[in-house]
Design a protein. Structure first.
Length: 338
């Protein structure tokens, strides 16, 4: 009997590195990756098949379907928030049309092999859109169904794809003679800002936190583009990877939602700066506010309510603010640039 296959799109990104490491350690599935760029050799050797190409390439997905029996998809490929604002059409093509193609691929796989395909999708706090800083302050911890009026192309893309996933899972072709929904078991994690010690920041609007640490460790000056009092939720990358894996393996009957908030800590930019400068006393951090990017971050919650994830599938981050920096980020990044 052939081993089941997991497909990871956007595998060369920040989340993909950690996910491949963990899945390779488990060894219960063959790993097939899709990315527009070649994987780093240290990661590539851990996968069974590396496919270089775009998720918008229909024939590529058809070839995968013909060759493998896929029962799990981690769809990580996306154009991130900053780049999406400069290229909204390209963002829609990758983030929405690519996701729709992959959902349809999962539907066809499930129909072909007679079992649901678990489709794990990382969304973002960019799906939120609070109207002003005063509302952000008064809102406190925001739940999954509040303030869903994103102001960025990336946020619009992510929210729409959450809804597409819910449609495939619960309402797909609802007028057909036979039930067609439920073959795609869509499960979404709405991430806060993710901070990785292994990969460098790659264009997210929340990347001021990891950029600050990496610059200090390299001995380079850094101009933070948000105000000192800016506050949004963050999470250490290992907890983000663990959240995806935990949700993927949760019993389907326990899941009351298709999309879940997760969070870990929500320091201000000034609190992050203080920790970084204690660890790197020669750090040169200045504040050069970018009004446009500041407005985007101000539209995101100061914190999120992740009670549903904790209740339904046992989400429990290991890294709080202090541990994330003292035990993971600072020592790992320090070693990287030593």
């Amino acid at each position: 009997m052939r081993k089941p296959v997991v497909v990871i799109t956007g595998a060369g990104g920040e989340i993909g590195h950690g996910l491949i490491d963990r899945l390779a350690e488990r060894g219960d599935r063959r790993i097939v990756t899709i990315d527009i760029s070649r994987l780093d050799p240290s990661i590539a050797r851990k996968v069974d098949r590396e496919v270089t190409g775009s998720i918008t390439d229909g024939p590529l997905l058809q070839r995968l379907m013909a060759e493998f029996e896929v029962d799990l998809v981690f769809h990580l490929a996306a154009l991130l928030s900053t780049r999406s604002e400069f290229t909204p059409i390209a963002a829609h093509e990758v983030n929405v049309e690519g996701t729709l193609s992959l959902l349809e691929f999962a539907q066809r796989e499930a129909e072909s092999h007679g079992r649901p395909v678990v489709f794990v999708y990382p969304s973002s706090i960019a799906a939120y859109g609070l109207p002003d800083p005063a509302t952000k302050t008064s809102a406190g911890k925001v739940s999954e169904d509040e303030y869903l009026h994103p102001t960025t192309m990336y946020g619009c893309n992510k929210l729409y794809c959450e809804l597409l996933g819910s449609y495939y899972a619960r309402h797909y072709k609802q007028l057909a003679a036979e039930p067609m929904s439920g073959k795609v078991d869509f499960r979404c994690v709405r991430f806060p800002g993710l901070i990785s010690a292994i990969t460098t920041p790659s264009g997210g609007t929340s990347d001021y936190a990891p950029e600050m640490i990496h610059a200090a460790a390299k001995g380079e000056p850094y101009e933070c583009f948000v105000r000192r009092d800016t506050r949004i939720p963050f999470m250490a990358m290992p907890d983000g990877v663990e959240a995806l894996l935990t949700l993927a393996s949760a019993p389907r009957e326990r899941l009351q939602r298709t999309s879940y908030n997760v969070g870990a800590f929500n320091p201000s930019a000034d609190e992050i700066c203080a920790v970084v400068t204690r660890a790197f006393p020669d750090a040169r951090i200045a504040w050069e506010i970018d009004a446009k990017r500041q407005a985007i971050v101000d539209s995101w919650p100061a914190d999120v309510d992740d009670g549903a994830a904790r209740r339904d599938w046992g989400f429990s981050p290991q890294y709080d603010f202090a541990r994330a920096f003292s035990e993971y980020l600072i020592p790992t990044i320090r070693k990287r640039y030593a």
